[in-house]
Ligand binder design. Structure first.
Ligand SMILES: C[S@@+](CC[C@H](N)C(=O)[O-])C[C@H]1O[C@@H](n2cnc3c(N)ncnc32)[C@H](O)[C@@H]1O
Length: 224
C-alpha cells in the first residue's frame, strides 16, 4: 500500500465513492490516484499533468504499484484532455487558488464539465476566491474539511457541478459556510485578520471596506 500525507489522505476521504473513475488533475507523483484505487475509493483513475516530468514520475509510481491497467496517464492542461462526464469525480489539489479557477473556467468555456460531475478541490492560496468562483459558476459546495500537515493548514472543498449560479457574501467567501471546520482553521483566519487590521491601523491609508470585512470575519468566527 502506498503511504500518503495527511493532506492527500483528507482529499481521498472526501470522495464519496466508490467512484467509477477519478480524474486527478495536476497529479505530479500520482500518489492520490494510486491510493484511491488501492483503497477502493474509485474503480479506475486518470492521472493527468501539464508537464512531462511529473507525468513520468507518476508513471513510475503507478507501475511500481502494478496499477498501470487501472490508472491511465494523460499529458494535458487542466481538463482539456478529458471528455465531459468521463470522470464522475475529479480532484484538483495542491495548486494556488487562481490556477484552480483558471482550470475550471477553461473547462467551462470548452463545455468540458457535465452536470452531476463531482470535484474535490484543495487550493493552497486564495481560498476566498475559489469559494466565490465555485458559487458563482455553477458548482454547489457540499462540504469542506481542513487538516494540519507539516505545520500548514489545508482546506478541502467538495462540490458538484449543477450549472446554477449562486451568490456568496464576502464574509462567507472568507470563512466558508457549508461546514463547521476545526477550531485551528478559524483561529488562523482570526489571527490573519487581526494582523491585517493592525497593519492597516499603522499605515497612512486605510481601506474602510477592507476594515469592515475583516471585522465581520472576526465577528462571524466568534459567533460560530
Ligand atoms: C504542487 S503539484 C501538486 C501535486 C498533487 N496534486 C498534490 O496535491 O500533491 C502541482 C502539479 O500541477 C501541475 N500543473 C500545473 N498547472 C497545471 C495545469 N494547468 N493542468 C494540469 N496540471 C498542472 C504541475 O505540473 C504539478 O505537477
Amino acid at each position: 500500500m502506498v503511504e500518503i500525507s495527511p493532506r492527500l489522505s483528507m482529499m481521498a476521504s472526501l470522495v464519496d465513492g466508490p467512484a467509477r473513475c477519478l480524474g486527478d488533475v495536476g497529479t505530479d507523483h500520482g500518489y492520490l490516484p494510486v491510493f484511491c484505487v488501492q483503497q477502493g475509493v474509485c474503480n479506475r483513475a486518470i492521472a493527468s499533468d501539464i508537464n512531462e516530468g511529473p507525468l513520468t514520475r507518476a508513471e513510475k509510481n503507478i507501475r511500481a504499484y502494478g496499477l498501470l491497467d487501472r490508472i491511465e496517464l494523460r499529458l494535458c492542461s487542466g481538463l482539456s484532455g478529458y471528455q465531459p462526464g468521463e470522470c464522475d469525480w475529479t480532484s484538483i489539489c495542491g495548486m494556488g487558488g487562481h490556477l484552480i479557477c483558471d482550470i475550471l473556467q477553461a473547462a467551462l468555456d470548452a463545455k468540458g464539465i457535465a452536470v452531476g460531475q463531482s470535484f474535490v478541490i484543495s487550493p493552497h492560496t486564495n481560498e476566498e476566491q475559489v469559494r466565490r468562483f465555485l458559487c458563482e459558476n455553477g458548482f454547489r459546495v457540499l462540504r469542506e474539511a481542513a487538516c494540519e500537515d507539516a505545520g500548514h493548514i489545508y482546506l478541502g472543498i467538495v462540490c458538484v457541478y449543477d450549472g446554477v449560479s449562486r451568490e456568496i457574501s464576502k464574509v462567507d467567501a472568507v470563512v466558508g459556510c457549508s461546514t463547521i471546520l476545526p477550531p485551528y482553521y478559524y483561529d488562523n483566519l482570526v489571527r490573519k485578520a487581526r494582523k491585517r487590521l493592525a497593519g492597516l491601523a499603522a499605515g497612512s491609508r486605510s481601506d474602510d471596506l477592507e476594515v469592515a470585512l475583516l471585522q465581520d470575519v472576526i465577528r462571524k468566527v466568534e459567533s460560530l
